[in-house]
Design a protein. Structure first.
Length: 280
C-alpha cells in the first residue's frame, strides 16, 4: 500500500504548466490536480488513482500523459491502493485551493476504471461532494475499454458524467492509433458502449481525438461516415471532437487541420448528433 511521502507524492497540485503535461515536474505524483476551466465541465479538478505510473489498457500515440508503464486489462490494486481517508484529505486540499469548483473527474495517469477499488473510490467522492457541495458534478474520463466489466459498469452508473473515448471504429486504425491491449477489439467496445447507454441515466459524451500518425489519419470522409453510423446507434448526449492540442508523447503525431475537423464534425451533425468542436 502506498504511503504518501510529501516529497514524492502530493495531495493536490495546482498544474504549473497548463497544456504541457509531459513537462510537468509533478506528473503522475498527485492524487488531485488542476484546476481546469472548460465549456464542458466548468472549473474542475482531476483525481489520479495510479500514483507514479501510468496504468492503462491503451498506449495511444498522442497521449499527453506519456508512455503506458503497465498495459493491462486486469483490474489493478496492491501497491496502487490509496486509503479512502487519504483520498478525502486530498479532496479537502483541492477544495481549499480551487474557487467555484463545479466538477470532480476521475482521470489521471492512465485508465481510472482499471483500479480494483474504483467502485469504493467513487463512493468516497460522492459522499464527500454530498457533504461539501451537492452541486459539484462527479464524472470520469474513460477510454471505454472496461465497459464490459460489470463491476466497473456498476460504479460508473453512480456518476453524473461519463466521457468515453472512441477515436475510430476501424480495427486496424484502432490498433495503430490507440495501441490497445491485445485482447481488445473496437467492435466489442462499440457494443459495450451501446449497452452502457441503455443503463446510464447521466450525461454520456463520446470523445474523438483526430490525429495524423505517420501516414495514418482518422478524419477522412469515410471515417466520419462510419463514426456517425456507430455513434447514432449509441445515442450519447453529446460528441466532443478534439485534436492533439497538448504535446503528444510521439513527435510523429500531427494535429488535424481545422478545416478537416469542421468537415468531419459536419458529417456527424448531419446525422442529428450534438457535436462540440475543440480546435485548440
Amino acid at each position: 500500500m502506498i504511503v504518501v511521502d510529501r516529497q514524492k507524492y502530493a495531495l493536490f497540485v495546482r498544474c504549473p504548466i497548463p497544456g504541457e503535461c509531459l513537462k510537468c515536474p509533478f506528473r503522475g505524483r498527485s492524487i488531485t490536480y488542476g484546476p481546469f476551466r472548460s465549456r464542458r465541465r466548468g472549473t474542475s479538478i482531476g483525481i489520479n488513482l495510479f500514483l507514479g505510473r501510468k496504468v492503462c489498457s491503451f498506449n495511444c500515440v498522442y497521449c499527453f500523459r506519456g508512455k503506458t508503464s503497465i498495459k493491462t486489462m486486469n483490474l489493478v490494486s496492491g501497491d496502487y491502493d490509496i486509503p479512502p481517508e487519504l483520498l478525502r484529505e486530498a479532496l479537502k486540499e483541492a477544495v481549499r485551493n480551487v474557487e467555484e469548483l463545479r466538477a470532480i473527474d476521475f482521470s489521471g495517469s492512465g485508465e481510472p476504471t482499471l483500479h480494483r477499488r474504483f467502485n469504493e473510490y467513487v463512493d468516497v467522492v460522492m459522499d464527500f461532494v454530498k457533504k461539501v457541495n451537492p452541486n459539484i458534478s462527479v464524472g470520469v474520463f474513460t477510454n471505454s475499454s472496461t465497459l464490459g466489466i460489470e463491476s466497473v459498469v456498476k460504479a460508473l452508473l453512480k456518476l453524473e458524467y461519463v466521457e468515453a473515448k472512441l477515436d475510430t471504429v476501424v480495427q486496424w486504425k484502432f490498433k495503430v492509433i490507440n495501441r490497445p491491449h491485445k485482447s481488445l477489439n473496437v467492435n466489442d467496445i462499440i457494443r459495450n458502449l451501446r449497452s452502457f447507454r441503455k443503463r446510464f441515466s447521466g450525461t454520456l459524451v463520446i470523445q474523438i481525438m483526430l490525429v495524423k500518425y505517420l501516414n495514418v489519419v482518422n478524419w477522412s470522409i469515410r471515417d466520419a461516415e462510419l463514426m456517425a453510423d456507430v455513434i447514432s446507434a449509441i445515442e450519447p448526449d453529446e460528441v466532443h471532437v478534439y485534436t492533439a492540442y497538448r504535446m503528444p508523447r510521439l513527435s510523429t503525431v500531427s494535429r488535424a487541420k481545422e478545416e478537416d475537423m469542421y468537415v468531419y464534425s459536419k458529417i456527424l451533425k448531419e446525422r442529428g448528433l450534438k457535436v462540440e468542436l475543440y480546435t485548440h
